[in-house]
Ligand binder design. Structure first.
Ligand SMILES: Nc1ncnc2c1ncn2[C@@H]1O[C@@H]2COP(=O)(O)O[C@H]2[C@H]1O
Length: 334
């Protein structure tokens, strides 16, 4: 079954809003009725309340963190290294420092599941998050008319974080697709004290940008947009810095937040990128070719970027649009 074809039920926010699990991007809805507008206002208030309680909780947890004695499950060196590798492949853990990574690795517990087994059942209470070590798992959601396949999880990806972030029932079901799946399970307490704060901060930091980034219009599921913030990072550049060199293979897709970036070929400026959401590095990552242009910072600026390794779990869904855009943006200069 192709997840793209079956993903057409109510969106994640609509589902969450009903249950008041709210802390994600409100998708804009131009044909909202008055009732819907009222509902959106109410939801926005909920979001603010939720944010306040999240930061209050984080604040209150500062002392707890000092005294926190993390669960520790002995592992071989090889196992610890493998967990670290898997954690690096995903982005749920990207904001952690070395000490925090050690604590999380220590607390992880190996769990083995077999084909067709439920790892998570929609509607149940959830106390753990999973990182996929080996195997493949399908994620289904029942919007009231039977299960809809949303996506397949592969090694390095994680799931089950929503119940921990929002203290809500499981929002979807996860079932083993391969013969066997080895997963690393992380308990709620370690997640809350070590991972949650950083993850929530990051999701809030990029939420507004992701709501307004035109390119993402085709990504209908707000959960996917929200997850994209986990894969976004920032880098600082000074006026005159060559961000990306003609003839190179980019390791990132860069995205403009503010400022100007000139696009140059053979030392001649062709045009400038100036709009929020303008992006580059796509020739390497989306089309798999060398970059045909150099990109230079025209002032001191911060750029956002999505690392190459995160492309398939963030933007691949809109690959045909990205490819079309490469042609429109650069075709006449090739
Ligand atoms: N569109 C989606 N809506 C809700 N959950 C999703 C979606 N896609 C993937 N998931 C994952 O499915 C998991 C089910 O358990 P949780 O609600 O704890 O966390 C959920 C997410 O990690």
């Amino acid at each position: 079954m192709n997840p793209q074809k079956v993903r057409n039920g109510p969106n994640f926010m609509q589902q969450l809003n009903k249950k008041k699990h709210v802390d994600c991007a409100l998708s804009s809805n131009s044909d909202s009725s008055d009732d819907e507008v009222d509902e959106i206002v109410a939801i926005k208030k909920d979001v603010q309340k939720q944010r306040f309680s999240v930061s209050a909780e984080a604040y209150g947890q500062f002392n707890k963190k000092e005294n926190f004695k993390a669960k520790f499950i002995p592992k071989s060196k090889e196992q610890s290294e493998r967990i670290k590798q898997r954690m690096q492949a995903g982005f749920m853990f990207s904001a952690l420092n070395e000490k925090e990574i050690e604590i999380v690795v220590g607390a992880m517990e190996e769990k083995i599941f077999h084909k067709a087994e439920y790892v998570i059942k929609q509607g149940e209470e959830g106390n753990v998050l999973y990182v996929v070590d080996t195997g493949e798992l399908d994620c289904f959601k029942n919007y009231g008319k039977g299960d809809v396949l949303l996506k397949t999880y592969y090694p390095g990806e994680s799931f089950g974080e929503l119940a921990l972030l929002f203290q809500s029932p499981r929002a979807a079901s996860i079932i083993v697709k391969s013969d066997k799946a080895i997963l690393w399970q992380l308990d709620r307490e370690t997640f809350n004290l070590i991972v949650k704060e950083a993850s929530i901060k990051k999701r809030q930091q990029f939420e507004t940008f992701l709501e307004n980034w035109d390119l993402l219009k085709e990504i209908k599921d707000p959960y996917d947009k929200l997850k994209m913030s986990d894969a976004l990072f920032e880098k600082q550049y000074k006026k005159g810095d060559v961000i990306l060199q003609q003839g190179q293979k980019s390791q990132e897709i860069f995205i403009l937040e503010q400022g100007r970036v000139s696009v140059n070929k053979n030392n001649q400026t062709l045009f400038e990128l100036t709009k929020l959401g303008d992006y580059f590095g796509d020739q390497s990552i989306v089309a798999g070719t060398l970059e045909s242009f150099s990109y230079v910072a025209e002032g001191d600026m911060k750029l956002m970027y999505i690392p190459k390794k995160s492309y398939s779990s963030t933007l691949k869904e809109i690959e045909s649009t990205l490819l079309k855009n490469i042609q429109t943006k650069y075709g006449k200069y090739q």
